[in-house]
Design a protein around this ligand. Structure first.
Ligand code: PLP
Length: 381
């Protein structure tokens, strides 16, 4: 099946055996009757497996072109499960322009468990060689990155990890399987904050993993059940419903972002625009190669880089909502320096490009002319 069909039918071949419900029922149950000890219909206890969650896990495996899916109670819980594959003294090389919560989990929790992290820029994959040693177990890549929209060449990194027998994990939250399929490019595990585009309606918090490596899948299933940070049946149902329109939403997010990036680039109050679809973007060629389109996340800075101008702009928005998070049908605007990235010291922040006037937009699927008019009005501060 092609992607658009997989989004709707992928992994959903087993129609509800009870009543033939076309949509998977929400199995709001913790346990399952057994005819005789150990004799059951594949489900014993809902931490280990639940039919609604299984339906979602199969859908995710299908759209990412993997064989095994696992869902967790949040994106960070999914990352936490991956890190539990490691042992003290193991080393991880990670992109330095990383989701703040992932950085916090690595640097404030797993570092204390004896795992060593190297945070490095990966725009030139060859620099990885200097960090790889006999303890290196994992490379962690986020692309596009948040909020600077840097693009990392997954295939080039995978060539290195395969040569050294190191696991490559890609956080695919910003692109989703519609725009980019890391397993096809050589990654071993693809991770999502399903809270964002997969759920797509800002109504749940969830994480997911997909792999096509049976051994890795077995280890991750063991960790999922042993540690227990699973997603519940209601949230699994909502995420499954979200995935059914993923292709339509991602296409419109990308189209609207294109209109907005085009508008911002020519606006006299705007300094820089960061969107991988712009030919001026430093990694535009890689984005064009590994992504189907360029997604709905756009960042930009203001001329003069004045914090007060950024605040005035954000207060004047009417269609865009000032809020954390991203990936919903509604447009959101954020101020990384004071919101998502406030914990990074200013000099460090500015080195990454997160200046005081940087604004991050999660472009929704409203009418693009309304979105552009809203930005135009707000820029007239
Ligand atoms: C939100 C996010 C996460 C964390 O996911 P939660 O669902 O909030 O736990 C991880 N990576 C990226 C890129 C994100 O945007």
């Amino acid at each position: 099946m092609k992607f658009n069909s997989k989004a709707i039918h992928g992994g959903q071949e087993d129609i509800d055996p009870a009543y033939g419900a076309v949509m998977p029922p929400i199995y709001q149950t913790s346990t399952y009757a057994q005819a005789s000890p150990g004799q059951h219909k594949g489900f014993e206890y809902s931490r280990s497996a639940n039919p609604t969650r299984t339906a979602l896990e199969k859908a995710l495996a299908s759209i990412e072109n993997g064989t095994h899916g696992l869902v967790f109670s949040s994106g960070l819980a999914a990352i936490d499960a991956i890190m539990k594959l490691l042992k003290p003294e193991d080393e991880v090389i990670s992109t330095n322009d990383l989701y703040g919560g992932t950085y916090r989990l690595f640097n404030s929790i797993f570092k204390d468990f004896g795992i060593k992290f190297h945070f490095v820029g990966m725009s030139n994959p060859e620099t990885l060689a200097t960090y790889i040693n006999k303890n290196t177990q994992m490379i962690w890549v986020e692309t596009p990155t948040n909020p600077m929209m840097n693009i990392i060449d997954i295939k080039a990194i995978a060539e290195i990890t395969q040569k050294h027998h190191i696991n490559l994990v890609v956080d695919n939250t910003f692109a989703t399987a519609y725009l980019q399929q890391p397993l096809n490019l050589g990654a071993d595990i693809v991770m999502h904050s399903a809270t964002k585009y997969l759920g797509g309606h800002s109504d749940l918090v969830m994480g997911s993993l997909v792999t096509k490596d049976k051994q890795l899948a077995e280890k991750l299933h063991f960790i999922q059940n042993a540690s227990g940070a699973i997603a519940g049946p209601m949230d699994s149902f909502l995420a499954l419903r979200g995935i059914k329109t993923l292709h339509l939403r991602m296409q419109r997010h990308s189209e609207n972002a294109k209109a907005i990036a085009g508008f911002l680039v020519q606006h006299p109050s705007v300094n820089q625009v960061y969107w991988p679809g712009l030919t001026s973007h430093p990694n535009h060629d890689i984005a064009k190669r590994q992504m189907k389109d360029f997604g709905g996340m756009v960042s930009f800075s203001l001329k003069g880089d004045n914090l007060n101008d950024a605040i005035k702009f954000l207060e004047r928005l009417k269609v865009f909502t000032l809020a954390e998070s991203l990936g919903g049908v509604e447009s959101l605007a954020g101020h990384p320096a004071s919101m998502t990235h406030a914990s990074i010291p200013k000099p460090e922040r500015e080195k990454l490009g997160i200046v005081d006037s940087l604004i991050r937009l999660s472009v929704g699927i409203e009418d693009d002319t309304d979105l552009v008019a809203d930005l135009d009005h707000a820029l007239n501060f």
